[in-house]
Design a protein around this ligand. Sequence first.
Ligand SMILES: NC(=O)c1ccc[n+]([C@@H]2O[C@H](COP(=O)([O-])OP(=O)(O)OC[C@H]3O[C@@H](n4cnc5c(N)ncnc54)[C@H](O)[C@@H]3O)[C@@H](O)[C@H]2O)c1
Ligand SMILES: O=C(O)CC[C@@H](O)C(=O)O
Length: 527
Amino acid sequence: MYQILVADAIKPEGLGPLLESPKVHLIEKTVVEAKHQLHEIDAILVRSATTVTEELISSMPNLKIIARAGVGIDNIDVPAATKRGIVVVNAPDGNTISTAEHTFAMMAALMRHIPQARASLKNGEWKRSSFIGTELYGKNLGIVGMGRIGSEIAKRAKVFGMDVLVYDPFLTSDRAKKMGVTSLELAKLLTLADIITVHTPLTPETRNLINKKNLLTCKKGVYLLNCARGGIINEEDLYELIIKGHIAGAAIDVFAEEPPLGHQLLELDSVIATPHLGASTKEAQLNVATQVAQEVLSFLNGNPVTSSINLPAISKEVFAKVQPFYELIKQMGSIVSQSMPEGIHEITVNYAGEVLDFDTSILTKSLLSGFFKSRLDVPVNEVNAFLIAKERGLTIGEKTSHDTFGYSNFITVTAKGDNRQLGISGTYVDHYGSRIVRLNDFTIDFHPEGNLLYVQHMDRPGVIGRVGKILGDHGENIATMQVGRKQAGGEAIMLLSFDNPLSDDILRKLKQLDDITFLYRITLHGS
Ligand SMILES: NC(=O)c1ccc[n+]([C@@H]2O[C@H](COP(=O)([O-])OP(=O)(O)OC[C@H]3O[C@@H](n4cnc5c(N)ncnc54)[C@H](O)[C@@H]3O)[C@@H](O)[C@H]2O)c1
Ligand SMILES: O=C(O)CC[C@@H](O)C(=O)O
């Protein structure tokens, strides 16, 4: 009998597959209420109220799967789960429409002062002139993050006669054209938008993405919405610029700390807010509950899952053999994604040597999983990799060859973006592990893991030393360093690894050095 803890309010109607199974005992309690039963729990289902920490995971020795009835997995310690071999699944599209509709409802309510007018009327007032609103029609809507929700909002905005401007570094120009939206850099979008709405995951890159510095470049009287994750828009900066009259108002569904008890933004008349209701519809909750219930039951019955975000959905025997190449190519995908922060419309993979003993499509899907990991909240795995790539206008090609360049196996990935292309080659060597042996036509040899810095520069005396000096001046210890060049005095490469990720300040200073062509901070999580 599987013990399944439903720790948050998840729609019972959606849990039918679990309730009907004779193998399942459902426990509908919070983790606090169930503290004496945690040791026997096989699966836990949560929404956003429960934080699944490493400590909580450790208190459940039998735990096999964590199911998130929603999209965002920032309340789950995924690395801790992976370390324990615990599958983490979510419901990536169950609440897309609901959240897009909620965002639009908040936008209309914000522009027409509906909550404030209702409160005034309830107080026995009739102050019609106090609530003169603004039409959505003809306004510039800036969407930051053009994934599932951002795309649905763009569709609705166009019907309302709005001009849709989008910023998403991973959006291809083809897809933007097909969506009929104008793709801009964030800095440009902020200067043109009348209304700005954010729909990205909360990641180290998106935390405080919208802040005082760039908000000051917005039109005076701009409106902001956050129905994604608290923290993407810096809350203190938003408060200050509303008080100063630069920002006309804001609609907020999510907060950096929830519940936002006594939050200063809630004191402002020009701020409307809801308690994280984007997904709170009958339909969305039925969708996500049904999806996670089916995932959990499928997994516990030994069948592949469709929305795993951390473990492959293939048999353990096959995975044990293919795992070295599976991890290598996943890291290659992540390196490509982080070395080409732009829309990429084509990826071609060439397999040679002993990798051809396996179903290489599993490897290509692992490549996509690594590629999308730093770009999407949606889990990309063997089941949905090609679908998501197609949705995002990414063409995938697979080739094979006999040329292994002296290695027993050799994988080459070539990515073509709007502005340039990048090639990377790797191999797996017994006892040495994964090795990247070519990067952007440079011969090199490094292990793809941890905190890396990829630098391309001109081959001139002192460049390496100047990079080393900045790092040393900031107390950054270089763990490993690889250098290479194509010819004397031409283009050259540095690949460094560190114990910790480099700060934005260090990156900024390195970029200002003479003879640096470009550089990227690359963070690769272990398998
Ligand atoms: N308020 C709610 O109840 C509610 C409901 C559902 C989802 N959400 C939140 O909304 C977010 C978006 O959901 P989704 O289903 O559209 O996810 P998604 O993964 O489909 O889309 C996210 C988009 O953000 C883009 N992105 C990633 N990093 C970026 C960056 N630095 N700058 C600009 N764009 C970036 C990605 O390219 C992608 O297109 C989720 O992460 C979740 O946290 C909130
Ligand atoms: O469960 C909820 O209501 C919120 C879920 C939402 O934030 C999500 O990320 O899917």
